[in-house]
Design a protein around this ligand. Sequence first.
Ligand code: UDP
Length: 405
Amino acid sequence: MKIADYEKLVGKDIIYELTLLAKKLKRRKIQCINSTRVGGGVAEILSRLIPLLNDLGIDATWDVITADTDYFNVTKAFHNALHGRKVDINQSMFDKFLSTGKNILKNTKIYGDIVFVHDPQPMMLVEAKGRGNKWLWRCHVDVSQPYVEVWEFLRKFIEKYDSSIFSSPKFASKLDIPQFLVAPSIDPFSEKNRDLTKSEIDTALARYGIERNKPIITQVSRFDYLKDPIGVIDAYRLVKKYIDCQLILAGNEAADDPEMDMVYRDIMQHKGDDPDIHVLLIKPENNDLDVNAIQRASAVVVQKSIREGFALTVTEALWKERPVVASAVGGIPLQISHGHSGLLCHTVGGAALHIRELLHSPEYARQLGKNAKEHVRRNFLSTRHLRDYMMLFLYLYNPQDIIYL
Ligand code: UDP
């Protein structure tokens, strides 16, 4: 897609502003670095924003670090700890982070004028900070109640960056560097979010043997305990006592998440032999189209996360005018204003109650969906995200100029 194509959704002025901002960044090389090219929200966002930055004439690139599974086991444990989950952390994990971090440092070429590092996995790269370039650390994790030992360990690296970015004001904490608030976004024209015909939706569902003979409740997520797939099954069972429905738990693999197999086994065990629970491993070759179709085919989309950085899965469902029931955690309340653009829940029982409410009241569900789409159009599309990032890139060089843009 070209940036000009977004004009019909967001208006002329926003596109004009983006081109003005981009002109001021033409001489800068922006190097984004994360730990996986597929799976999860970070890869999703980078895959959409980088081509748009390029279309605006900005030299933005995307590099992915490589490391062994042991390293990603450690960073996944850190990820869980940052989310406040109880995990056993020991000295050997810190040692592994440091020793592999040094290898990552050796093997990653740093060439950006602005080096834009996402999440903790590539964080140690900041040790390569030279005098000329600027370093940004983007946190996609819900760090509202982190396990202190891990946060303090990582903070030493975070504070070497020039600035940091978080998704929600709730994640702010004491840091010696500036902190910015930038919400993530979705791309309305991507394969995952574009409009689909009924036959495209039916064909995608048929790939997984799913019929639309009963209302579909869906959660799309990596198979991760923090997404509470077991809680989703429990909520579905409470609904099922009153309304005949089916549940889809759809997930894929992320290269930097080694915990998935264990979670998947637990889900399969908990599902038992209920033929109306569909646990889908989304086929990588059709991932975006299939996720799109499943979200659109759903009577209710659920996101019952225990912790959540932002939850693009929620944004995606809201954009598709789906009624969403989601936990009031992390960045989700930025997206869902309860009773206006969706429903928030705190417990399995609460989730079940809201799902029933929506299945019983299609007109209410339709209205929530309509409001939801407008909320996303105004706040969570790629264009707003590009603007925030470009403003931030400019700020790094010219803090005094930013007000004149
Ligand atoms: N996703 C996907 N296929 C799947 C499961 C998830 O493409 O089978 C995508 C999902 O559509 C969303 C992203 O992965 O774009 C997940 O981002 P989110 O912020 O919801 O959670 P994260 O995985 O980053 O914690």
